[in-house]
Design a protein around this ligand. Structure first.
Ligand code: ZN
Length: 292
């Protein structure tokens, strides 16, 4: 099934939830960045979370960034979503390779690192973006995202994210869910959410059986009557363009560009989010300089 997000609310109005199936966009990220399995899993989890969180921002042109800096061998894990849930991202060291954990799972926490921060940037196209930073809880991504909501937004949240990497290193399944209590939800609601999360088990196993995000939500929230609000297609999407790269070059200033022209002739820039390469010949650089 194509990647998509499903949003739902319990009919009693106490719980809102989103679930995502993100296999294709995670596989696309793997191909662009040539990530090894533990990096695929870390980036895939971050992309899934960013997509669900970005999709929740309804204002046009808004964006959401998740930045994990955990001090581990992966370096920074960055994921950016637009307000529809279309995402892009990267990790600093995509070829990080770590032994599996004793339980046979990929050691995402060890690769991200445990000592550091998660920063969430919501750019709603107002004057200043909203920036919230928390200390990482373990670098496994999902619990850190839940921790962010509890600490920074005071919203009790359950989050699960999973990426299953196949033997040939391609992405077999990916996705997750975000379940949040609405104001006024009581202990009984919390107990029902926690019970559902425990009973459902690991999210990547559920998605491997059935990659339908609505089915995932109905499994985890089987104790609730759910009203499905919307289903949104999502994918890996970069917004780079030759025009944007030109603007970045121009922002370097005239002397920097003249030096580049003198020393290298032209220049070649690769987008950090996708595999696009932008070539600027000596003539292109001269034209940019002339326009300054
Ligand atoms: Zn790009």
């Amino acid at each position: 099934m194509a990647d998509r997000i499903v949003r739902a609310i319990s009919t009693d109005g106490m719980v809102q939830a989103a679930a995502i199936c993100s296999r294709d966009l995670t596989e696309r990220a793997r191909q662009i960045h040539k990530t090894l399995p533990v990096a695929t899993a870390a980036l895939g989890r971050a992309l899934a979370a960013a997509s669900m969180m970005g999709n929740a921002l309804k204002s046009d042109g808004a964006s959401l960034t998740l930045q994990f800096k955990g001090g581990g061998p992966l370096g920074t894990v960055l994921a950016v979503s637009d307000n529809e849930g279309y995402v892009r991202g990267y990790v600093t060291n995509p070829h990080t390779d770590l032994p599996l954990r004793p339980d046979g799972k990929l050691d995402v926490g060890g690769a991200v690192g445990h000592e550091g921060t998660l920063t969430v940037i919501k750019d709603l196209h107002m004057k200043e973006p909203y920036v919230g930073t928390i200390d990482l809880l373990g670098g496994e991504i999902a619990e850190d995202v839940a921790g962010y909501f509890v600490e920074s937004e005071q919203i009790p949240t359950a989050c699960a994210l999973g990426v299953l990497v196949d033997r040939d290193q391609s992405v077999k399944s990916a996705g997750g869910y975000l379940i949040q209590l609405m104001p006024g939800a009581g202990e009984d609601t919390i107990a029902k959410v926690e019970g559902g999360v425990m009973a459902a088990g690991p999210v990547s196993a559920i998605l491997e059986q059935n990659d339908d995000p609505e089915a995932l939500l109905r499994t985890v929230m089987s104790d609730f009557d759910l009203k499905i609000l919307e289903t949104c297609p999502v994918s890996y999407k970069c917004y780079c363009s030759r025009q944007r790269v030109e603007r970045a070059l121009i922002s370097l200033g005239k002397s920097e560009l003249e030096q580049m022209l003198a020393e290298q002739g032209g220049c070649q820039l690769t987008c950090q989010f996708c595999d696009a390469v932008y070539d600027f010949s000596a003539d292109d650089l001269r034209a940019l300089i002339a326009g300054l």
